[in-house]
Design a protein around this ligand. Structure first.
Ligand code: ADP
Ligand code: MG
Length: 396
């Protein structure tokens, strides 16, 4: 039912809570998925990223209960999962305390766990979740479920944490409860996104600044091309890339690759093997591309933004080696059909690409990509336009 186009996910969340409890929710909170305009695999290297929140959101309809139990249900899952508040502290990090089919529950219950450890006065609660964020497509349905849950519990448990702190709660849940070693970008974008803006985020200091994109004024659209090749963040490829980055930083004698500039790459190449060097080169040049993109947006130079997106894709394909044929086909076909720029987005090994496209060219680009996928025998892609949207909020 997740991603069901026939009903609004906020209504589905409320209906699920009613099914579960026979009651109306005390409130509904939501948080969006995100697309990363540029800055890939820079977050855990203390670098820069430029994501924006998308219109697709995950909703949590929530009501407190007085028996000290926490129950989570999702329209995406077969059945609810329940734990006792008293058991929260010992739940994570641990081998998953429930069946494989219930693993999704580590996201919302992990958020409850992390909030409780951060000092929130946890009480029993029923949480019903529904979403139209595509799952496992690189659009961060994980940050959306974390953000919706964290926002709800922050209010109901009187924790009064701000958006940046709640992003940290979501990240802790994802890292330590789910066991996926992701950076902070997704949660920050989902918590702090603003309409019509991207979020320029320094992942070392967590300083965040909205960068108005002016897409509509410029007559531009951003297309998401979901290849429907599902990735798995916690799988080997992601861990391996992180390990290479850490090794590269160690060999360069810096705390993180953020501290290496493009001018240092000559020295880097002499210090490490070819594979590690190429991983380092991706991160170092990608950080610079984020800074250059922010400058190009300020200068209203959207052609330059397009070139930076396309260069980012080449770097991920050739140096970081996290692309797949479907993503390369999506990017190349979009460019051939007139896109201003295109790149894979998200962690890689599947997921989605984005294309910066003049509004008038949207149908031509979409049709060309769909045709190219059919030609190559790939599963038909999902192609849709996204506009930069608002971050986490209370809806009712
Ligand atoms: P992405 O964040 O790119 O969509 P992840 O692998 O990081 O992919 O997160 C996807 C996982 O998050 C799902 O497999 C599921 O466990 C959990 N999840 C996301 N959205 C929901 C939802 N609406 N209901 C239940 N679980 C969800
Ligand atoms: Mg995710």
């Amino acid at each position: 039912m997740n991603g069901d186009a026939s009903g609004r996910p906020e209504d589905a969340a409320v209906a699920l809570l009613r099914d579960l409890t026979g009651r109306a929710p005390e409130g509904v909170w939501s948080a969006p998925g995100r697309v990363n305009l540029i800055g890939e695999h820079t977050d855990y290297n203390d670098g820069y990223v430029l994501p924006f929140a998308i219109p697709h959101r995950t909703y949590a309809a929530v009501a407190r209960r007085d028996d000290g139990r926490i129950r989570v249900a999702s329209t995406f899952a077969d059945r609810p999962v329940e734990v006792a508040v008293a058991d929260l502290p010992g739940l994570f990090p641990a081998s998953t305390p429930w069946a494989a089919s219930d693993e999704w529950a580590a996201y919302p219950i992990g958020v409850a766990w992390a909030l409780h450890l951060a000092g929130a006065a946890a009480t029993g609660v029923d949480i019903a979740i529904s979403s139209d964020v595509p799952v496992g497509a690189g659009l961060s349905s994980s940050a959306a479920i974390e953000g919706a849950t964290a926002s709800a519990l922050n209010d109901l448990w009187g924790a009064a944490l701000d958006g940046t702190a709640l992003a940290g709660i979501g990240r802790r849940a994802e890292n330590e409860a789910v066991g996926a070693p992701t950076g902070i970008m997704d949660q920050m974008a989902s918590m702090l996104g603003e309409t019509d803006s991207a979020l320029f985020l320094d992942c070392r200091t967590l300083e965040a600044r909205a960068v108005p994109l002016g897409m509509a004024d410029a007559g531009l659209a951003i297309l998401v091309i979901d290849t429907r090749v599902t990735h798995a963040h916690s799988s080997g490829g992601y861990r391996e890339r992180r390990a290479s980055c850490e090794e590269g930083a160690r060999l360069m004698g810096v705390a993180a690759l953020r501290d290496v500039s493009v001018g240092d790459l000559g020295r880097a190449s002499a210090l490490m093997n070819d594979v590690t060097f190429r991983r380092v080169r991706h991160v170092v040049t990608e950080n610079q591309r984020v800074l250059d993109t922010v400058a190009a947006v300020h200068a209203s130079s959207l052609e330059a933004v397009g070139d930076l997106l396309t260069a980012s894709h080449a770097s991920m394909r050739d140096d970081f080696e996290i692309s797949v044929p479907e993503l390369d086909t999506a990017v190349q076909t979009a460019l051939d059909a007139g896109a201003i720029g295109a790149r894979m987005t998200g962690g890689g090994f599947g997921g989605a690409a984005i294309a910066l496209v003049a509004h008038a060219a949207v149908p031509a680009v979409s049709d060309a990509v769909t045709a190219a996928f059919a030609q190559s025998g790939f599963t038909a892609p999902h192609i849709f336009e996204v506009t930069p949207s608002a971050g986490a909020r209370r809806d009712m």
